[in-house]
Write a protein that binds this ligand. Structure first.
Ligand SMILES: *Cc1c(COP(=O)(O)O)cnc(C)c1O
Length: 368
């Protein structure tokens, strides 16, 4: 007799979008136009409309979306930018890529998103911007963060790399920021078949500057008026993203249903991350448990795959060792307890329930 089927952490094999994705790829190959063409233009318009735009600029990655946003805002050498201590390290690497210095602020213990009080305490005379991260798909407390920014005259670049389609109090995340950065890395809520990213902004001059920066700083052909980079969303990615965008709302609904299943079925000793707004899009479903390694081993033995987001607070990464001390006890405590459970649109609700029941069984085994 074989046991229950294995549950991978994520499944990116062809699904319901298979046909339209293949058509999109064919269209690009037949057209023979691969960089900065009609697919990027169409996708930018569609993505701007979906995000409360009005401008969207396709770039090479989410990391570049953040760094080019900062550069377009005139932020660079000698400037400080506040980032949360719990996020993908790429958030902080993007600040360095822009030439500025990341300053880490701790996260809120309930939501693990940037703590507005810690953020306010991290402001110095050199601070120019905040990069709040809508971590795991959960909107940050933007109302309080905006107050901090207004008080100190700081720009806001929202890291929306895990939060496509998320809303806070019904308003699309990123739509009120100076700029908002998205990633289309394949595992994201809206993912391509390679790297990609986009910036959303309501400011026409920021949009124009990012368009220039992504293409070598050219204002016209062979006219480089500033030192830009090569960070263009390619036609193949744009065509695939355009084909997948209409599925996003349905995929988000399924993510929410799976998260609700976990919240209902998990035993009470498992600490979940607070949901402070139903606009959460559940890129990930991390939980906090004291003996994480043993729980992961137990789930692995049942062929249930888990990952950790993230095992190290960002300022504790060697890459940031020379950035100065950062006091982030909340992020450090979380880093030692977090484990992300499988959650993706194609995961069946009964499989999520099975994961929850295996975790419950782990505790019973421990008590026995
Ligand atoms: C994925 C991610 C990034 C980086 O995006 P890339 O497209 O991989 O460069 C930045 N911040 C967060 C929070 C992310 O999840």
């Amino acid at each position: 007799m074989s046991g229950p089927a294995s549950i991978p952490f994520i499944d990116l094999h062809p699904g319901e979008d298979d046909q339209v994705v293949r058509e999109a790829i064919d269209r690009v190959i037949r057209r023979g136009w691969f960089v900065l063409g009609p697919e990027v233009e169409h996708f930018e318009a569609a993505f701007a409309a979906a995000c409360g735009g009005p401008f969207a600029i396709g770039v090479g990655s989410g990391t570049d979306a953040i760094s080019l946003s900062l550069r377009a805002l005139g932020i660079g050498q000698g400037d400080e930018v506040i980032v949360p201590a719990m996020t993908a390290a790429f958030t902080a690497l993007a600040v360095i890529a822009a030439g500025a210095r990341p300053v880490f602020a701790d996260v809120d213990a309930g939501t693990l998103t940037l703590d507005p009080a810690a953020c306010a305490a991290a402001v110095t005379s050199r601070t120019r911007a905040l990069v709040p991260v809508h971590l795991y798909g959960q909107p940050c407390d933007m109302e309080r963060l905006r107050r901090v920014a207004e008080r100190h005259n700081l720009a806001i670049v929202e890291d929306c790399c895990q939060a496509h389609g998320a809303t806070e109090k019904g308003v699309a995340i990123g739509s009120r920021a100076n700029a908002a950065a998205f990633s289309f890395y394949p595992t994201k809520n809206l993912g391509g078949i390679g790297d990609g990213g986009a910036v959303i902004t309501a400011d026409a001059s920021i949009a124009e500057r990012i368009r220039r920066l992504r293409n070598g700083g050219q204002s016209g052909r062979y006219e480089h008026i500033e030192a830009g980079v090569n960070s263009r969303l390619d036609e193949l990615q744009a065509a695939v993203l355009r084909a997948r965008l209409p599925f996003l709302a349905d995929w988000t609904a399924r993510r929410r249903a799976l998260a609700a299943t976990y919240r209902r079925e998990l035993p009470t000793w498992v600490k979940t991350v607070d949901e402070r707004d139903p606009g959460h899009v559940y890129h990930l479903f991390p939980v906090r448990v004291p003996d994480r390694d043993r729980l992961r081993a137990r789930l692995t033995s049942r062929e249930i795959e888990t990952l950790i987001h993230y095992p190290v607070a960002v300022p504790r990464q060697p890459a940031f060792a020379n950035m100065g001390p950062a006091d982030c006890p909340v992020a450090e405590a979380a880093a030692s307890e977090l484990v992300s459970l499988p959650l993706y649109p194609r995961l069946a609700v009964h499989d999520a329930a099975r994961v929850a029941h295996e975790i419950e069984g782990f505790q019973k085994g421990r008590q026995a």
